[in-house]
Ligand binder design. Structure first.
Ligand SMILES: Nc1ncnc2c1ncn2[C@@H]1O[C@H](COP(=O)(O)OP(=O)(O)OP(=O)(O)O)[C@@H](O)[C@H]1O
Length: 223
């Protein structure tokens, strides 16, 4: 990381647990603002939990999360976390991204509708707008969730394995979108198992059993 990159979020001695299970242990890391950070590590190493802490939806059991970004973080979960039975269309799903600005179930403004349309177009899902989310393939659903994240227009975008299960073209669309957001000044943090995606990031956090592996010990192979 460059010397003078400002920090978007500073994790200071963060511990986090699920119930009585300790998951993150003394995580100390500065997330660089306006850069792409990849979080890598084996299954169960704590990547999703770390994203939840960064998003503010998972409270640390101790330690502090110092925030220097301005907006509310946007968290994009894995498509497998969304039930098939959810009776919403793709357009509804993306429009929910505007709730942070308008409040739930409020009528969308013309500006909101334009943002929703632009985000769907950006992810190549405009033609799926009226389809039910549960009727889509995993990759299409993931793109709808990513479009919802974009629609929040947050300066901190947190993505949980955004390209898992996507075909090559869709993966490339996601990577291009992440690169474009970075160029727009957005701080992006994504959990990934994909070595190519991690190599393309500006900064890598490697977790092993809930602890950050110091860069000097980081093996090139990914979890
Ligand atoms: N809701 C939960 N309740 C109890 N334990 C949980 C819960 N969610 C995660 N865990 C546990 O916390 C640990 C870290 O899980 P987490 O999902 O953060 O890992 P991950 O690195 O994102 O894994 P994956 O690569 O499989 O997505 C695991 O041991 C998991 O079993």
């Amino acid at each position: 990381m460059e010397q003078h990159t400002p920090t978007a979020v500073d994790l200071r001695g963060v511990h986090a647990a699920h119930g009585s299970t300790a998951v993150l242990h003394d995580v100390r890391a500065a997330i660089p603002a306006g850069r792409v950070t990849a979080v890598v590590g084996p299954n169960g190493s704590g990547k999703s939990t770390l994203l939840g802490v960064l998003a503010g939806v998972h409270a640390p059991s101790s330690g502090t999360v110092a925030r220097f970004h301005t907006g509310r973080p946007a968290l994009v979960v894995q498509h497998s976390a969304v039930p098939d039975t959810l009776p919403v269309t793709v357009a509804d799903t993306v429009a929910m991204g505007r709730w942070a600005h308008r409040g739930p179930w409020r009528r969308l403004t013309a500006e909101d509708r334009a943002i929703v349309a632009e985000c769907m177009a950006r992810l190549g899902i405009a033609d799926l707008a009226r389809r039910r989310l549960g009727s889509l393939s995993g990759g299409q659903r993931q793109r709808a969730l990513l479009a919802q994240g974009l629609a929040q227009q947050s300066d901190l975008l947190l993505l949980d394995e955004p390209s898992t299960g996507l075909d090559t073209a869709a993966q490339q669309a996601v990577l291009d979108t992440v690169a474009a957001l970075r160029d727009e000044g957005v701080t992006v943090v994504h959990a990934t198992h994909d070595p190519a995606v991690a190599r393309g990031a500006d900064h890598v956090l490697r977790l092993r059993q809930g602890r950050l592996v110091p860069e000097a010990e980081s093996a090139p192979a990914l979890g």
